[in-house]
Design a protein around this ligand. Structure first.
Ligand code: SAH
Ligand code: SF4
Ligand code: F3S
Length: 491
């Protein structure tokens, strides 16, 4: 695999294909009286979300509009991190086949990390031959060219590159899903090769984006009115290590913060082996940097950590986590934990619970180990019995839920600044938002709180006005995964 910078000329060429496809579709419209629509379903992590926003940007350039229920172009952006993510995709594909039978014009595109797994690609080719276009996570910038050939020539296309492409994001079109939040990858790929993980195989080697271009992109995003930026990378703390002379992640974070471009700066993920005192210092000194650190520890046993190739010990992890707690006492820590890694003994698992008790994570994503083809751990034979795993998993969840609830209870009564994200899906008189410490707040707004803006009365129906607004909310009642509150004022 090699690293290939995608030039601006190449991206301009792709934009020309968008125009050509638009022309093709306009001709189709004459016969069918309807311009084609698209829908994107995204599985997996924020990096996939970000890729999907770019592909949506291309579709919009082609002149297509979104239609979730009956799209003419359906794009599935897949994830290979665990077996159940893959099974979900294959399960859904059956349903999409039925949609295509109803609408034979429909084009089904499958892309993303699963396409780099040869077993998945084989299965797709063998059993799902109604799929029109297949490409890998490194190929998204060439979507217009591939789609043009599919539409104009009719043949199916499978194109999964091994090159580690680095398209510069500010040259790609983007349709952002949230009007207040900009997802900004600062680097792609991963070099860590944790023995259980597919990401280094699906996303290739680490490559950092040019520092100055990130900075000027962020300045533009701020001018466009984004309140929140989320800096993305599999391991943001190794940002710049592949660029001789480039500033490292804490300096990038610091520069963004001192420019005061955003009310809130978020980032993920931090690998514990690369978190420095400098990072925690920059977080502590800049109030616009979120009061939250996502720090996956995976296992509390040094033996297991070693076999996972994580590059830190439990002692080192504890030092980092406790240092953060000291420096930023109001901050929260979330984590990822894997249960049932091959060879995990009861004593190893007890060490995981022990570490959880010492750090008291404010929230956690908990996973059952899933054997992944092509990874080093695939060959580890001392698998843990499923019954033992499910017993450990429920003990772990019980402890974490307890900690999550205690953490939320500890802030009840506080008046906190939140960034409003929208209206709750389940109850239209409830709004949602997040604190800087990433706590999810569901809150009500007293009728008389809605301001009048000129002759325009802001009401609960003005969701667009609410999204991205800041407000002070009194925290009233703690639940395990959220807090109920009441708005006191808009900011
Ligand atoms: N780069 C991030 C993690 C990305 S994947 C980091 O290193 O922190 C998100 C999480 O999925 C991981 O932290 C891990 O807990 C989980 N995960 C990854 N591979 C897995 C596997 N094979 N089985 C179970 N969980 C896995
Ligand atoms: Fe996977 Fe480890 Fe890289 Fe995270 S750091 S993406 S867990 S290999
Ligand atoms: Fe999944 Fe790929 Fe992200 S495997 S978690 S979509 S990097």
């Amino acid at each position: 695999m090699s690293r290939v910078i995608v030039s601006k000329d190449e991206l301009d060429r792709q934009r020309e294909y968008c125009v050509l496809i638009g022309d093709l579709f306009r001709r189709v419209k004459v016969s069918s009286d309807r311009f084609p629509t698209y829908s994107i379903k995204t599985y997996g992590c924020q990096l996939n979300e970000s890729d999907s926003e770019k592909m949506a940007g291309y579709f919009e350039l082609m002149g297509l509009s979104e239609n979730e229920n009956t799209p003419d172009i359906l794009l599935l952006n897949t994830c290979a991190i665990r077996e159940n993510a893959e099974e979900r995709l294959f399960g859904n594909l059956g349903h999409f086949k039925a949609l295509k039978t109803e609408n034979p014009r429909m084009i089904i595109i499958v892309c993303g990390c699963m396409m780099k797994q040869s077993s998945d690609l084989e299965r797709l080719r063998k059993h799902f031959n109604f799929v029109d276009l297949v490409f890998g996570p490194q190929d998204i910038h060439t979507l217009p060219e591939m789609l043009y050939h599919r539409v104009s020539e009719g043949q199916k296309i499978v194109h999964v590159s091994d090159e580690d492409y680095l398209p510069d994001d500010d040259d790609l079109p983007v349709l952002r899903k949230r009007r207040f939040r900009a997802l900004v990858p600062i680097m792609y790929g991963c070099n860590n090769f944790c023995t259980y993980c597919v990401v280094p195989y699906t996303r290739g080697r680490e490559r950092s984006r040019d520092y100055r271009r990130i900075i000027s992109q962020l300045e533009q995003l701020s001018e466009q009115g984004y309140e929140e930026v989320m800096l993305l990378g599999q391991n943001v703390n190794s940002y710049g290590k592949d660029l001789p002379g480039a500033p490292e992640f804490p300096e990038l974070l610091n520069e963004i913060a001192i420019n005061k471009w955003f009310s809130r700066i978020r980032f993920m993920t931090s690998h514990p082996k690369d978190v420095s005192d400098r990072l925690i210092d920059v977080m502590a000194k800049n109030s616009s940097v979120e009061r939250h650190l996502h720090l996956p520890f995976q296992s509390g046993s040094n033996d297991v950590l070693k076999r996972m190739n994580r590059g830190y010990t439990r002692e080192r992890f504890l030092d980092t986590a406790l240092h953060y707690r000291n420096e930023i006492p109001e901050g929260t820590i979330s984590t990822d934990i894997i249960v049932g890694f091959p060879g995990e003994t009861e004593a190893d698992f007890e060490m995981t619970l022990d570490l959880m008790r010492r750090v008291r994570f404010d929230s956690a994503f908990t996973f059952i180990y899933s054997k992944r083809p092509g990874t080093a751990a695939e060959k580890f034979t001392d698998e843990v019995a499923p019954g033992v795993i499910s017993d450990r998993f429920s003990r772990l969840l019980h402890l974490q839920n307890n900690h999550s609830l205690l953490s939320n209870q500890s802030v009840i009564g506080n008046l906190e600044e939140i960034l409003i994200e929208g209206i709750s899906h389940t109850n239209k008189s409830v709004y949602t938002g997040r604190t800087s410490s990433n706590r999810l707040i569901n809150f009500t707004i007293p009728e008389d709180s809605f301001p009048v803006d000129g002759s325009f009365q802001i009401t609960p129906d003005n969701e667009a006005w609410l999204e991205g607004k800041k407000a002070m909310v009194r925290l009233i009642h703690a639940k395990t995964f959220s807090i109920e509150g009441r708005l006191e004022s808009f900011l």
